[in-house]
Write a protein that binds this ligand. Structure first.
Ligand code: DN4
Length: 260
């Protein structure tokens, strides 16, 4: 058997960079700045794409630092109005459906950088100008300081630091721990809320339709969260099956018994 090209050999355990990463990033940037949030129409998408690429290209994909992304974050600066921040954990789809209907609410993926990067993968390689489309470091199996993890941790941190007024979080009551200290929400976002700016964290614990509820506001994981938030001098409220979110679930599955 012929010796294959070295690029066919998978170096890492994670999925490789998303095909057409550059084009998708640019297209999403234009879509967002021209159509979704036209108040950002003066942002230079070519420059943003370039700064994104420069953050990781030609670098060891397991040695990412926050500094690598500072030029990109500088270009993109965006503020979310008070009372409009929505965090989520294990409820991505539902949280996004919610902010799609409540147009003025923002998850991280409703901000420009989150919108550009949502569901994409990217990494390069030291000594190459190319992206690695074969494989990228897996955050658990290879290294935690890969460019995708460092990006989301940094963005999540900034997103939480900038929140003000009431902040909301949509949590999943159909898993055993609706609040997980090891999730990005539990590890990064909760600890970076600024008590001088955020007076209340409102949690919504949502059960999947037709699934047995496994956790609720009175469960021990939410109690952990309540304790952490109150220690930080922020008021905490929690509601099971918030009705506006429930209605969204029912639009998708009107035949469910709990929608009648
Ligand atoms: P989650 O539902 O546990 O995780 C959301 C996604 O992020 C999953 O695909 C996770 O992958 C992935 N993820 C979590 N931690 C890491 C990490 N250290 N490195 C790489 N991927 C990771 O919810 P969560 O609480 O961890 O994160 C959600 C919150 O953080 C939201 O409030 C967002 O503001 C922000 N965030 C968003 C994204 C995104 O849009 C990613 C990370 C954080 P796996 O566990 O399925 O392998 O993608």
């Amino acid at each position: 058997r012929m010796w294959r090209h070295s690029s066919e050999h998978k170096k890492w355990n994670g999925t490789g960079s998303t095909a057409h990463f550059q084009e998708i990033a640019l297209e999403r940037c234009y879509n967002y700045t021209q159509l979704v949030q036209p108040e950002l129409r003066d942002r230079d998408c070519q420059k943003i794409r370039e700064a994104f690429r420069n953050a990781f290209i030609s670098k060891d994909p397991c040695s990412a630092t926050e500094e690598d992304y500072h030029p990109l974050l500088k270009l993109v600066k965006q503020t979310v109005p008070c009372d409009k921040t929505v965090f989520w954990s294990k409820t991505k789809e539902l949280a996004h459906q919610y902010t799609k209907v409540q147009r003025e609410m923002f998850t991280l993926e409703d901000t420009l950088l989150g919108y550009i990067a949502d569901d994409l993968r990217w990494c390069g390689d030291a000594g190459s100008y190319e992206m690695n489309y074969q494989s990228c470091p897996h955050w658990k199996k290879d290294c935690s300081n890969n460019f995708v993890s460092v990006f989301w941790d940094l963005l999540s941190k900034r997103f939480a630091e900038n929140a003000c007024g009431v902040a909301q979080v949509v949590l999943n009551g159909s898993i055993s721990n609706a609040f997980d200290r090891k999730s990005t929400f539990g590890r990064v976002e909760v600890h970076n809320l600024n008590p001088m700016k955020v007076h209340t964290l409102q949690a919504w614990v949502i059960h999947d339709l037709g699934k047995f509820p496994s956790d609720s506001c009175s469960g021990s994981s939410i109690n952990d969260l309540r304790w952490i938030v109150m220690q930080r001098n922020i008021k905490f409220t929690c509601h099971d099956n918030y009705s506006s979110v429930k209605f969204l679930q029912c639009v998708k599955k009107p035949e469910d018994s709990s929608c009648r």
